[in-house]
Design a binder for this molecule. Structure first.
Ligand code: 3H9
Length: 696
């Protein structure tokens, strides 16, 4: 059945599209619209209304069709058919009009928007530029500044701003269809194709501003520059020449390496929240959430929960810390209001939903408690023991541990099936990633509830099994080990950081360690079996901590931080420690190239990821890409560590790891069995899923 239906009502041809879930402009939709428009020439039709059913207007081109052979009519053909339709066409927008969806609306003669709808050009988030006239029509209607804002930032704008910018004619206060039909009756409608509007005025200041934005926020990505070039062309050339330039740039982006990486992530991020083996349980109801521990993590978690509409009760054994933490959450809510992120009503609502527990019993009404106390098993055990006494047997008990054994914590509960790990990333109210750690006994209902919770927090919940460090931090140990060893062998911490920053990380491993606090890793290593890690790689870290240099918080770690600033400067004291550790270890420093730094750190990351995927800690390879891009700053345009590995070729990865084993010994450098297996059969790490492997 076609997703497009047509009816004529009072000489208005109403074309309705219903293509679940989000009205992507798939082939059947384009075909249906072109076919429906063929009836518009009839004398029975004076005007055409284009409207969608379901939750949104067109969400854009169908991304799953990209990279496949094109099917006629193309989006450009459909847009031509709309623009050349002999009768005026009105687009009625609800939900979102994104990418090709907005470009479709711009090919119509009039646009009406639901008050809560949004329009945007998010192609840049897929490593692309608008490829169906967006970079040419937006500047003609609204000027270069807004065209650049939409297409470079990729962020949608509200109906109010769209009307102010003249991209849309009016806002529908209530029923969109009725408003559109009334508008049609009350307005003298004419054909007014945007392509016939004058060439827009060049705005060099806007180009400068959005080039700066791209350099700062989208470093390494190629699409933003292509967007700027296409928008610039709208002011320099006639419409058709501009459209041709846009097309060339779109095709360049589509065939480059970045867009496949980013498109893979688009689907991976949506897949992450699904279980490979679906669970039949219903989610438990969550209304009141307790947060134990009011340090940075507890504060961020409380703010995130309030943002999702939960009642939050904060608790801390130290009453001063509780007051400070509670006030910090209040300050986040106030900041959100000041920055215009929330309305006055949301602001007072969030304050009203935040309270403090005076003792453990004060948490008894909670449906979920997340503990975010110091990362120490004994302290966590104590907290779990107390919570177990006061909570309802069906209340969920979550630990925000980054490393510790969730199963050991579950043993302290009378109801171990209600225990799981919820590993937030700092700052927890901002970072998108949430590792959902499934314990051996965690019930299906608790898992389903946690996945629903992640969605309500607007986070990407990635399910993982119990092991030291789960997915992200476990992989980080190999990466940090190689960074530490490279410094002993001859690189400086600055060189290592610079090489990985050039690769695309927002910061290198030593700047990151300083930011996280060197004392955290120090304390963590003290509890590990020395056979589990390469102690040498962390001698410099340990010595820094023992000198009181714990990183940013003490204004000194690997780097110095002058006057409380967060900007690192190289420190001779660190070089001295490095030199002394080298001589103690009998290491003669050598020249280390940036390429070697990147290769060893990446191979360590990939191999550890393949090991844990093979062990079933992650459900699927693409989840590892999602974790690293959203939690650890892995460059989005490289698609995550496994996409990077797949692009290099798994055979190449295997042979490089074997070469490193020959050179440095096989203690850490042994090829993960799954990696070798996939390389042998020429399969991809990103596409690997535990469910597929079980069914094979
Ligand atoms: C473009 O338009 C290029 C043109 O300029 C030129 C072309 C020549 N295609 O996100 P959700 C699926 S580029 C295919 O969970 P929400 C998604 O995979 C495109 N599938 O829902 C998921 O599938 P599943 C520019 C799509 O309510 C399901 O729909 N447009 C597409 O949280 C639900 O998605 C964009 O970049 C698509 N375009 O958010 C917009 N969109 O159920 C991309 C979604 O199997 N889309 N799916 O997991 C979005 O930003 C969000 O999906 C949206 C809804 C805001 C619409």
């Amino acid at each position: 059945m076609s997703p497009v239906s047509r009816e004529v009502q009072d000489k208005c041809l109403i074309i309705t599209i219903n293509h679940a879930p989000v009205n992507a402009l798939s082939h059947a939709v384009r075909d249906g619209i072109v076919a429906a428009l063929s009836g518009a020439g009839s004398d029975d039709v004076d005007v055409v209304l284009l409207i969608c059913d379901g939750r949104t207007f067109f969400s854009g081109a169908d991304i799953s069709e990209f990279g496949k052979p094109p099917k006629s009519p193309s989006l450009a053909d459909m847009i031509d058919a709309l623009e050349q339709c002999p009768k005026p066409v009105i687009a009625a927008i609800h939900g979102q009009a994104l990418g090709g969806g907005l470009e479709t609306a711009l090919a119509c003669d009039y646009r009406i928007m639901d008050a809560s709808a949004r329009i945007g050009l998010p192609e840049v988030t897929l490593g692309l530029i608008p490829g169906a006239g967006g970079t040419q029509r937006v500047p003609r209607l609204a000027g270069m500044e807004i065209a650049l804002e939409l297409a470079v930032s990729g962020k949608p704008i509200s109906a109010e701003r769209a009307v102010d910018a003249k991209l849309v004619d009016c806002i529908s206060p209530e029923n969109l269809r009725q408003t559109a039909l009334r508008f049609i009756k009350q307005t003298r409608l004419t054909k007014r194709p945007v392509r016939e509007m004058p060439v827009p005025i060049m705005d060099e200041a806007a180009i400068e501003k959005w080039s700066g934005f791209a350099r700062k926020k989208l470093a390494g990505q190629t699409a933003p520059d292509a967007v700027i070039e296409a928008v610039r062309a709208s002011c320099q050339e006639d419409f058709l020449a501009g459209l041709t330039r846009e097309r060339e740039l779109f095709v360049d982006c589509m065939s480059g390496a970045q867009s496949p990486a980013m498109r893979q992530l688009f689907f991976a991020e949506r897949l992450a929240s699904k279980l490979e083996v679906p669970l039949q349980a219903d989610p438990l109801s969550l209304r009141t959430v307790g947060v134990v521990g009011t340090g940075t993590m507890g504060v961020g978690i409380a703010a995130a929960m309030l943002g999702a509409g939960y009642d939050v009760i904060m608790s801390d054994a130290n009453t001063d810390a509780l007051t400070v933490g509670h006030d910090r959450v209040g300050a986040i809510i106030d900041g959100d209001l000041a920055k215009g992120r929330i309305t006055g009503a949301e602001h007072s609502g969030r304050h009203a939903k935040l309270s403090k527990a005076q003792d453990w019993a004060g948490l008894s009404a909670c449906d979920l408690v997340v503990e975010a106390v110091f990362e120490d098993m004994e302290i966590k055990k104590l907290v779990f023991g107390e919570l177990d006494k006061v909570l309802r047997p069906d209340a969920i008990l979550a630990s925000n541990t980054s490393y510790l054994d969730v199963d050991a914590l579950a043993q302290l509960s009378r109801n171990p099936e209600r225990v799981l790990g919820l590993h937030f990333f700092s700052p927890a109210h901002i970072m998108k990633l949430l590792e959902i750690v499934r314990g051996e006994q965690t019930s299906d209902a608790v898992m389903v509830t946690a996945l629903k919770l992640a969605k309500s927090l607007r986070k990407i919940g990635v399910v993982c099994g119990v092991c030291h460090g789960f997915i992200g931090n476990r992989m980080l140990t190999g990466y940090a080990r190689e960074a530490g060893l490279l410094v002993l062998e001859g690189a400086s911490p600055e060189q290592v950081d610079k090489a990985l920053k050039s690769f695309g990380f927002p910061m290198g491993p030593f700047t990151m360690a300083d930011m996280a606090g060197l004392d955290i890793g120090y304390a963590n290593r003290r509890k590990l079996d020395p056979r589990q890690f390469e102690a040498r790689a962390f001698h410099v870290h340990d010595q820094l901590v023992e000198m009181g240099r714990k990183g940013q918080k003490t204004q000194a770690g690997f780097y110095r931080y002058e006057g409380g600033e967060r900007i690192p400067s190289a420190d001779a004291a660190t070089s001295k420690i490095v030199t002394s550790v080298r001589s103690r270890e009998g290491i003669v420093p050598r020249d280390v190239s940036d390429a070697e730094i990147v290769e060893r750190c990446m191979l360590a990351l990939i191999n550890e990821g393949a090991l844990l995927l093979g062990e079933g800690i992650a459900q699927r390879g693409s989840d590892i890409n999602v974790v690293y891009v959203n939690g650890y700053g892995f460059p989005r345009w490289r698609g995550g560590p496994f996409h990077y590995a797949d692009a290099l070729g798994l055979n190449q990865i295997v042979s490089r790891i074997e070469a490193l084993a020959d050179q440095h010994g096989s203690r850490w450098w042994h090829v993960a069995p799954l990696l070798r297996e996939l390389a042998e059969v020429d399969r991809s790490l990103s596409d690997y899923s535990s469910a597929i492997s079980q069914s094979n």
